[in-house]
Design a binder for this molecule. Structure first.
Ligand SMILES: Cc1ncc(COP(=O)(O)O)c(C=O)c1O
Length: 363
């Protein structure tokens, strides 16, 4: 077996012991709250990791784009939800082909968008399951709870669609001040969709799934009565932002980036071969603080260009040219999307190499 030390840099590593622990822990939380787990594969984009989640009891996968769903259908996943407002006749035709192969649902937050899917499915005398997206305070996409009945009714009336339920994503949790603030956002996330579900049912509309989910809010949102499904993604790997938010500790982070010092031009500056092409430019959340922590030191990358990561050397730390370092990235999901392959490592050896099969599927 190849030693981790022998891998060329930069390389993205996933500690398999930590990955398995993360997957098992979230599966157990979902089981004890009686909520279905439908992990968002945006974090890994790797069918092998998805299979591990399914083996631990996940009901199916969440994805964002049709192209990602095509990759996972090709890899024999049978139950997929596109947690994204999916629109347009071209995509609807691809969804029609996918619906022959898998149990499929897609997100919608407008009647216009839903109509563009309905036309294609109605012409084929088929029905596509649509989940209405509710805005629980992130203010990205989703209908306001007060408009949910009206939009849900209009969508349910479209001939090529059936309303499968509602979903939301509390991305505002990433700006919370502390763990208590995150838990409060999660409670609000769950309570918002539970209340909307009750209203829709009172209006005679069918609501199957009531789906919540982000990694920080998963545990609190899952516990709200009425929630049936949860879609955390980042928890498989975790990252610097989850540590900063208090979602997990440093030992729960499975993904690291192996890099090498290529230059030490000054005592307070070292330059490594991992820049924005490797780490992305995503900032640390909830408060920006550099572009990654150099593990085992107090130093962080404080500046990136494409191929250069500039480490601000903290007092007491020392770097030398040629030294291998390990970086805890700010945001694991975007790192996955930048790399063709990821190495699964255990006890210093490379146990497997995974192709990031759904990376770059932006359509
Ligand atoms: C719609 C949706 N659901 C679920 C998730 C998973 O959230 P997280 O990455 O915090 O686990 C995301 C992440 O962006 C999302 O956009």
């Amino acid at each position: 077996m190849r030693a981790v030390e022998d891998l060329p840099t930069p390389a993205v590593l996933v500690d398999l012991d930590v990955l398995e622990k993360n997957v098992a822990r979230m599966a157990e939380r979902a089981r004890t709250t009686g909520v279905k787990l439908r992990p968002h594969a945006k974090t890994h984009k790797i069918p092998e990791v998805g299979r591990l989640q399914i083996a631990f009891g996940a009901a199916g996968m969440s994805l964002a784009k049709v192209g990602e769903a095509e990759v996972f259908a090709d890899a024999n996943f049978h139950d997929l939800f596109l947690a994204y407002p999916t629109i347009g006749g071209d995509r609807a035709r691809r969804l029609l082909a996918l619906a022959d192969r898998v149990k499929l649902a897609v997100g919608a937050d407008s009647v216009e968008g839903a109509r563009s899917l309905s036309e294609v499915f109605a012409a084929a005398r088929r029905k596509l399951t649509v989940m209405l997206k509710i805005d629980c305070g992130y203010h990205r996409v989703g209908v306001e709870p007060s408009n949910a009945v009206e939009v849900a009714r209009a969508i349910a009336d479209l001939p090529g669609l059936e309303l499968g339920g509602i979903f939301t994503h509390a991305g505002q949790a990433y700006a919370a001040e502390n763990a208590a603030g995150v838990a409060e956002v999660g409670r609000h996330e769950g309570e918002t969709v539970a209340a909307v579900a009750a209203e829709l049912r009172a209006a005679g509309l069918p609501v199957g799934e009531v789906s919540v989910g982000s990694t920080p809010t998963a545990f609190s949102a899952m516990r709200v009565p009425g929630v049936t499904e949860c879609r955390p993604g980042n928890y498989v790997y975790h990252d610097g932002s989850q540590v900063a938010l208090g979602t997990c500790g440093p030992k729960d982070c499975a993904m690291t980036v192996a890099a090498r010092v290529v230059s030490v031009p000054a005592a307070d500056r070292a330059v490594v071969d991992a820049g924005s092409k490797t780490l992305s430019s995503d900032v640390l959340r909830p408060r920006p603080n550099g572009h990654g922590l150099v593990l085992g030191t107090s130093s962080r990358l404080d500046r990136l260009s494409e191929e250069h990561g500039v480490v601000a050397v903290a007092p007491g730390d020392r770097f030398r040219v040629g030294q291998r370092i390990s970086i805890l990235p700010n945001h694991a999901c975007v790192v996955s999307n930048l790399h063709d392959r990821i190495y699964g490592v255990r006890a210093g050896s490379v146990e497997c190499e995974w192709r990031v099969a759904a990376r770059g599927r932006v359509d």
